[in-house]
Write a protein that binds this ligand. Structure first.
Ligand SMILES: NC(=O)c1ccc[n+]([C@@H]2O[C@H](COP(=O)([O-])OP(=O)(O)OC[C@H]3O[C@@H](n4cnc5c(N)ncnc54)[C@H](O)[C@@H]3O)[C@@H](O)[C@H]2O)c1
Length: 379
């Protein structure tokens, strides 16, 4: 449509579908072109959304050939920095790159620098900032509905960079983007465990302290459950938060739980069910990006500085485990401290043999066959 922003997507797997959905639902974009090593991935995308796009097996060729306003980067984590730096050189207006921002803070810095030098707006896909329950929690906390926040408790797993970078991002969002002061944590890694080719731990526990004294805790793979959301303890009340629901208990509710299940700007919970968090998050993220590009908004709540800080807090857990100390932020270490620990022999796997918990995502490796209609929502 005339006036719409032209988008190209690099990496057309699971998460790219949510990007495309968000772009189309927001009504502000034309998804013009796709790049993937696998032609079937691109064909499936066209068929799923009823769009006609130009296909490129080489993303560099796509960037050279097309004049794009926005580039989405939806490859696995180690592709985020190289593709962001490469895409920035073609000077689109914006890049929306998936989380975790990069595999090291050094590489995340390169992404910031490349985008800054080329005048490109960079957003990292922590799309839960656009969930109405999260934003309601942030607003209630800002209004003092639970007093001063003393503890935010979250349960993670499946890799700190992968799953819990959403949680470190959520802590800051809930606290009005307050910065984290220090991190202390430990990891267990007896098996040689990877996630989308990124080395991860078997289990972890971490404590964070924020500027105004709030603390947060992540328990990862040490309890049977994990969920995106949190139990939030304040001096005058409590909030239980999930991706769909917020329960509040304070003096105003008479000391009993009051449930809120807010609908989104684009979708209702009743109509979308489990898909709500994905569809609403993607559409909100895309719409605010269009506003940022056109000047209707001064910033984007997922701008790269926030994605960087979410990753920094995760790598500070690894650095705390490596140095056996509380780590003050900003973190100075530019490589991945977990890699350092393992490769130096400090944390050698006791049960050798690498395995990847997301190996099933590789095309041709899915245990149930390559059924494009099968909904899978790994983080
Ligand atoms: N924001 C979220 O909530 C969320 C949820 C799931 C995944 N993710 C992130 O999205 C990213 C992708 O994960 P996924 O589950 O979609 O993976 P996926 O395996 O489903 O898709 C990745 C795609 O990238 C393609 N690809 C790989 N190398 C390429 C290259 N050089 N050029 C072009 N295409 C290439 C693959 O062929 C594949 O189609 C990950 O970093 C993951 O952390 C984010």
């Amino acid at each position: 449509m005339a006036g719409n922003l032209r988008v190209g997507i690099i990496g057309c797997g699971n998460m790219a579908r949510h990007h495309v959905d968000g772009y189309l639902v927001s009504g502000r974009y034309d998804v013009a072109t796709l790049a993937d090593l696998d032609e079937n991935a691109m064909r499936e995308m066209d068929a799923r959304f009823g769009i006609q796009t130009k296909h490129h097996r080489d993303a560099r060729a796509m960037l050279d050939a097309e004049r794009l306003d926005v580039v989405s980067i939806c490859t696995w984590h180690t592709g985020h920095a190289p593709w962001t730096v490469t895409a920035a050189a073609s000077k689109p207006k914006a890049i929306l790159c998936e989380k975790p921002m990069a595999e090291t803070l050094g590489r995340a810095d390169e992404m910031l620098i490349a985008c800054h030098r080329n005048g490109v707006k960079l957003v990292i896909g922590h799309q839960r900032r656009f969930l109405p329950a999260y934003t309601l929690a942030r607003d209630l906390i800002a209004r003092g509905a639970i007093g001063r926040v003393s503890l935010i408790l979250s349960f993670g797993g499946q890799g700190l960079p992968n799953y819990s970078s959403h949680q470190t991002d959520m802590f800051r969002y809930l606290l009005g983007d307050e910065d984290c002061r220090w991190v202390m944590g430990n990891v267990e890694r007896k098996t040689d465990r990877f996630e989308r080719t990124t080395r991860i731990e078997d289990a972890a526990v971490a404590v964070f302290e924020f500027e105004r004294g709030a603390r947060a805790l992540i328990l990862a793979d040490v309890t049977p459950t994990l969920f995106q959301g949190a139990h939030i303890y304040g001096t005058d009340g409590l909030i239980n938060l999930t991706t769909e629901e917020l329960q509040l208990l304070n003096a105003e509710t008479g000391g009993v739980w009051r449930s809120h299940r807010p609908d989104g700007r684009f979708f209702t919970l009743a109509a979308e069910g489990e898909k709500f968090e994905w569809r609403e998050g993607a559409a909100g993220q895309a719409a605010e990006l269009a506003d940022w590009i056109t000047g209707a908004a001064d910033t984007h709540r997922g701008h790269a500085e926030n994605g960087y800080k979410a990753l920094e807090m995760i790598h500070a857990i690894y650095e705390s485990a490596r140095c056996h100390e509380r780590v003050m932020l900003p973190l100075q270490t530019r490589v991945n401290p977990l890699d350092l620990m393992v490769e130096s022999g400090h944390l050698a796997p006791q049960r050798p043999g690498p395995y990847d918990i997301r190996a099933f995502l590789l095309r041709g490796e899915r245990l149930w066959g390559d059924d494009p209609d099968r909904e899978r929502q790994p983080e």
